[in-house]
Design a binder for this molecule. Structure first.
Ligand code: RFL
Ligand code: PHB
Length: 390
């Protein structure tokens, strides 16, 4: 088989890239090792930046998002038992949209299939060959057990944090930066009405908590926990007690309900630099991971592939190599800014066991500055809503 771009991974990065390339008249195939049903049912991120929403709308996959997405014009920072609103609309003129990642994936998969896209789910043993040459190849076994050999011009490594593409770079070429946080997030989905019309990021001496939402009847919440915590060990009562304690504020009541999904997420910051080698281009979690406190993971994946699709378009349409050569540096500029923001939100809102009383007071002073200085609040708001995509 021969194609222009072989895309490894059908997460947000791979599917959106496939969609953008199709719109530019560039042929591709997507190879994904999980099944379509699994992908469409995996619960992950929920916040779409202004620019991500604009890109989905501009490329014809925003209809359901426009109907079902929840537009939020601010968030609340809660500490010392009181809430403080960061007003995105007033500070930036922009908003974010709460719309689950797997719903974005459903919309992209439906659009690709309607456009006759070549998506191969449940493939196994994906292997890359010759990424440093002019003739890269991808080998795998498809869902029916047939061996596939794909000659292509380029490979897009969109296979997430645990993928194989990054390893196809020669040893010693990529430099990797890693920070592991000494805590995780306990995440739940519960059948309950919303407790707040905007997200609440709460800092408490017991640890961080986040109140998010999904639909008028389903809520998403998280609280800081031991990263090795077995999620089953917590009773529903213990979970609600922890969330209640950490989000308590005058006049606020957290609505409880049946918890039907739970899991513990590890927290780390990771960057692989450069994000390209020869004819292999990495995008999304394959190249970088952020802790979820800044809601940037999915949005960074979208930003990467917007750049990559434009660079590939310049290559095929105008024979220009420059944008592809500039891809890694351009993507990394945004990645490092998001790394900083995600680390900063994490450090400002979480409990660190080794923290001294001085650290605790400094953390509260930082929050106090963010909610009382318009300049500081604007900085947070600008990063949260995100800058425009390519
Ligand atoms: P993805 O979504 O991980 O997609 C990669 C895809 O590649 C497939 N794959 C392979 N396919 C073929 N061959 C191989 N050898 C392969 N190896 C892997 C995988 O099956 C998968 O389908 O990466 P992508 O596209 O870069 O998108 C990134 C986002 O998914 C990610 O940044 C966010 O979801 C991160 N994240 C969260 N971000 C937030 O902003 N807010 C959140 O609440 C949030 N929760 C989460 C998360 C990530 C999680 N992970 C990775 C475990 C919760 C979890 C549990
Ligand atoms: C979510 O709704 O899942 C969510 C929202 C904001 C975050 C992380 C996750 O920072």
């Amino acid at each position: 088989m021969r194609t222009q771009v072989a895309i490894i991974g059908a997460g947000p990065a791979g599917l959106l890239l496939s969609h953008l390339l199709h719109r530019a008249g560039i042929a591709g195939v997507v190879l994904e090792n999980r099944s379509r049903a699994t992908i469409e049912a995996t619960i992950r991120a929920g916040v779409l930046e202004h620019g991500t929403v604009a890109l989905l709308n501009a490329t014809g996959v925003g209809a359901r998002l426009a109907r079902e997405g929840l537009v939020h014009e601010g968030i609340e920072l809660r500490f010392g038992g009181a809430g403080h609103r960061i007003d995105f609309a007033a500070l930036t003129g922009k908003a974010i949209t709460v719309y689950p990642q797997h719903e974005v994936l459903k919309d992209l998969i439906a659009a690709r299939l309607a456009d006759g896209g070549d998506l191969r789910f449940s493939v196994a043993d994906v292997r890359l060959e010759g990424v440093g040459t002019e003739h890269p190849r991808v080998h795998c076994t498809d869902a029916a057990g047939t061996a596939l050999h794909i000659d292509c011009d380029f490979i897009a490594g969109c296979d997430g944090a645990h993928g194989i593409c990054r390893q196809a770079m020669p040893e010693g070429v990529p430099r990797e930066y890693l920070r592991i946080y000494p805590f995780g997030w306990f995440g739940i989905l519960a059948e309950a009405p919303p407790s707040s019309h905007e997200l609440i990021y709460a800092r408490h001496d017991r640890g961080f908590a986040l109140i998010s939402t999904r639909t008028p009847t389903v809520q998403r919440m998280y609280f800081q926990c031991d990263p090795a915590e077995p999620a089953e060990r917590w009773s529903e009562r213990q979970i609600w007690d922890e969330l209640q304690a950490r989000t308590a504020a005058t006049g606020f009541s957290l609505h409880e309900g049946r918890i039907f999904q739970r899991g513990v997420i590890a927290m780390r910051s990771f960057v692989c630099e450069p994000m390209a080698h020869g004819r292999l281009f990495l995008a999304g979690d394959a190249a970088h991971v952020v802790p979820p406190t800044g809601a940037k993971g999915l949005n960074l994946a979208a930003a990467d592939v917007a750049l990559l699709a434009r660079a590939l378009d310049a290559h095929y349409r105008e024979g220009k190599r420059g944008p592809l050569e500039a891809y890694s540096a351009a993507a990394l500029a945004r990645v490092w800014r998001a790394q900083h923001f995600s680390w900063w939100m994490t450090s400002m809102l979480h409990r660190f066991d080794e923290a001294t009383e001085f650290d605790r007071r400094r953390q509260l002073a930082e929050l106090d500055l963010v909610v009382s200085s318009r300049a500081a609040a604007t900085s947070l708001a600008e990063m949260y809503v995100g800058s425009p995509l390519a």
